[in-house]
Design a protein around this ligand. Structure first.
Ligand SMILES: Nc1ncnc2c1ncn2[C@@H]1O[C@H](COP(=O)(O)OP(=O)(O)OP(=O)(O)O)[C@@H](O)[C@H]1O
Ligand SMILES: [Mg+2]
Length: 324
């Protein structure tokens, strides 16, 4: 877990105290106090984050960032030097490790803290930014930046922008994004996401990127125990239950899918896919019956789970999008 909050204004912090009182560093953001209603909302958002299974280091860092923002605002009210808030981030982790979920929560959090005006999340990938002819990429990128204004622009597999080297239009997209980070710095947060190794390489391709993305968050793969907890949480929310045999079956499948040969197993996404497919298998199993009890409606059996896994396996080989 890496925590790096680069503070471009830190030279100012070394100035004399007298100077501090006179010159407040201007973050350029609207500095509104957090109201009691806002405080309640903040608590709810933090609870939403805390309710996520695992992710301890992520939670700790989000708490640290939110404390930092609030203290900078308080310092500003007291006319002390405050650091400019640079909140662009890099998320590193495998698919299904909770990156989008956490980004969405951050959007809400930053809106409540008056860092962003809307706090919505626009999730895109290379194809949404990179065009086919000269000038097309800048135009596409600007459109996405406009959509995300007031919120978070989340670029999945961002390293693919640097894939084609100097001549590729991906570079034009990066240049446009970097420029926007300056122009829209008060009302847009950029999050670049992708696999660990690829993201590290990506940062190295452009010397300006490292300092522009001061916050790096690592999303580790979930343990088997955490994946089972995530399954329980998903089922509870949907008012379904696993029979003991179904739980054993799920555990076996998760063990298999996180073992050797399944390096990018899908993490929580695998669990969600399995559960959603099992729910449909259950429906097919029940639909022909004359009598269906409440318990029947809630229960997922081992057979439902096994069949759901079978569908996933078949689709993995055929690479088909599937609907049971
Ligand atoms: N810690 C967690 N606790 C509970 N549910 C989780 C957790 N992490 C992820 N999930 C659930 O798993 C699913 C996948 O998570 P998410 O989309 O955030 O992953 P991701 O890292 O963005 O994946 P991808 O790289 O494939 O886009 C979502 O339905 C999400 O609600
Ligand atoms: Mg995602």
């Amino acid at each position: 877990m890496e925590i790096r909050i680069v503070r471009p204004g830190s030279k100012a912090a070394r100035r004399s105290t007298a100077d501090h009182v006179e010159k407040t560093h201007d973050t350029g953001r609207k500095e509104l106090p957090i109201t009691p209603v806002g405080r309640e909302q903040l608590k709810n958002i933090m609870n939403e984050l805390n309710d996520l299974v695992g992710l301890h280091s992520v939670k700790k860092l989000v708490f640290e960032i939110s404390a930092f923002i609030e203290i900078q605002k308080r310092r500003q009210q007291e006319k002390l030097v405050s650091e400019p808030l640079v909140l662009h981030m890099i998320f590193r982790g495998n698919p299904g490790t909770g990156k989008t979920t956490v980004a969405r929560i951050l959007g809400k959090l930053f809106r409540e803290m008056n860092v962003l005006s809307k706090g919505h999340l626009v999730e895109i990938e290379r194809a949404d930014l990179v065009g086919e002819y000269i000038g097309h990429t800048a135009q596409k990128t600007r459109e996405q930046l406009k959509k995300a204004s007031g919120g978070i622009l989340f670029i999945d597999e961002a390293y693919s922008l640097a894939r084609g080297g100097e001549k590729d239009f991906g570079k034009e997209a990066i240049d446009t994004l970097v420029k926007a980070m300056e122009d829209q710095k008060d009302n847009l947060i950029l999050i670049l996401a992708g696999y660990n190794q690829e993201m590290n390489e990506f940062i190295k391709t452009n010397p300006g990127l490292k300092s522009r993305f001061p916050i790096h968050i690592d999303f580790p793969d979930y343990t088997i125990k955490e994946l089972l907890q995530i399954a329980d949480l998903m089922l509870e929310k949907r008012q379904y239950q696993l029979t003991p045999a179904a739980r054993d079956a799920l555990k076996r499948i998760i063990e298999l899918r996180t073992g050797k040969g399944y390096e990018h197993s899908g993490n929580a996404r695998l669990v969600r896919n399995l559960i959603e497919k099992a729910m449909r298998r259950q429906a097919v199993r029940l639909i022909g019956r004359d009598e269906i009890t409440v318990a029947d409606l809630m229960q997922i059996t081992d057979d439902d789970i096994e069949k759901a896994h079978e569908v996933l396996r078949v689709n993995q080989f055929t690479k088909k999008e599937n609907y049971l």
